[in-house]
Design a binder for this molecule. Structure first.
Ligand code: EPS
Length: 374
């Protein structure tokens, strides 16, 4: 199962095509719109989110809310296009307007204009922008609906904003509460502290990142493979998480902390009571590149957003003179958006490995084959 996306940040729309969906999967459009709205939410978002009210329009592959087994195509319109038409329209526009030459450190601007032989970083940033992730949330929610039929659920929360860290460990069942919080944090006191921290950064024209934890419950053992490096489940999940804009680090289970401990404190000992089980899950549900049936635990570190209202030192590439980087409007933090996007890309990877292992042209076959697994 594969998702391809297209679309620029201020273009007409974001577009996606999902190939490899079996027939007769029930598509819940309200749920897709719910996750699209969540991706736009969260304390610290900028003015753009007041302009957009994302909702999906399915173009093909679904009839009467059931997939047909054909490619599923969809669009998410950009309301802001009306304000940008004269700057960006494919049919012809004024490319001298809204030119961006004071390239932003930390963004794709400089390397992109050199690589693609451009003089205006708008031709780069429009696609590099995290606006693209709305399409991944649509695809990810459809993948989530496929997984849910098999009893696989994905959830998560924000573990830290800047250096305000929630050290608590939560049961999977509690994680869904996070979506009701302003920063998707489960610790109310720390969340208030984080809001104040973001207010201060906003007044200074600065930005922040954070750490997001994603968990998966209900995936049976044996997804992914130890037989070829390119099919290892942890590699696929970490690669997908790193592909989300601004993600700079990922870990599985104990992750980096495992490197500081003795082996006897790290590896999850094995017991049998009719079924194999563990008393700990330091491996984060993945051993040898395969799911081991325990909860999958993933964390991602998001860097601070690279568009700063105060503008970092840079070079104006039209003159090569020192300048302040462009900063028209910006989110102060987008950790809630990242949480939803990370859940979505995890869903896409898992739906893909499940469909590779089980095949199945229709959902009845998929569910039967999954049910027969040990
Ligand atoms: C982004 C810059 C901002 C963000 C945008 C990502 O957009 P604008 O330049 O229009 O103010 O709001 O994210 C979204 C539009 C979105 O929907 O997530 C960037 O440079 O990456």
């Amino acid at each position: 199962m594969k998702l391809t996306t297209a679309g620029e940040s201020h273009g007409k729309a974001l577009v996606g095509i999902i190939e490899g969906l079996p027939s007769n999967l029930q598509i819940d459009i309200e749920e897709i719109n719910y996750y699209l709205a969540l991706r736009q939410s969260g304390y610290g978002r900028g003015g753009r989110q007041k302009i957009e009210k994302d909702s999906v329009e399915i173009i093909s592959g679904v009839r009467n809310r059931l997939t047909l087994g054909s490619p599923l195509a969809f669009i998410v319109k950009n309301n802001d296009y009306e304000n940008w038409r004269e700057v960006i329209a494919p049919e012809g526009c004024d490319t001298d307007k809204r030119k961006l030459t004071c390239v932003r450190p930390g963004h794709a601007d400089l390397t992109g204009i050199l690589k693609y032989d451009q003089t205006d970083a708008r031709n780069i940033l429009e696609r590099a922008s995290a606006r693209e992730t709305a399409a991944r949330v649509v695809g990810g929610t459809i993948a989530r609906q496929y997984l849910k039929v098999l009893g696989v659920e994905i959830s998560g929360y924000v573990k830290s904003v800047g250096n305000i860290v929630d050290p608590n460990i939560y049961a999977f069942e509690r994680l869904s509460e996070a979506k009701k919080h302003s920063l998707f944090m489960l610790d109310g006191e720390r969340e208030k502290e984080a809001e104040k921290f973001l207010d201060k950064l906003k007044s200074e024209g600065d930005t922040a990142g954070g750490v997001i934890e994603i968990r998966v419950k209900g995936l049976k053992s044996g997804f992914g493979s130890c037989m070829q490096y390119s099919t290892k489940l942890d590699a696929l999940l970490c690669g997908a998480m790193m592909s989300v804009q601004a993600i700079k680090g990922v870990e599985v289970g104990l992750g980096f902390a495992a490197a500081t401990l003795a082996g006897s404190k790290v590896h999850d000992e094995i017991y049998y009571d009719g079924n194999y089980f563990r008393k700990t899950d330091n491996a984060g549900g993945i051993e040898g590149g395969m799911s081991n049936g325990e909860e999958i635990i993933l964390r991602a570190a998001m860097k601070p957003i690279p568009t700063l209202m105060k503008g970092l030192n840079t070079v104006d590439v039209s003159t090569n003179k020192p300048a302040k980087a462009a900063g028209e409007r910006s989110d102060v933090a987008a950790v809630c958006a990242a949480e939803i996007i990370l859940e979505s890309v995890v869903a896409l990877v898992l739906a893909d490995v499940v469909s590779q292992r089980l095949g199945g042209d229709n959902m009845r076959e998929v569910a039967k084959r999954y049910g027969e697994l040990r």
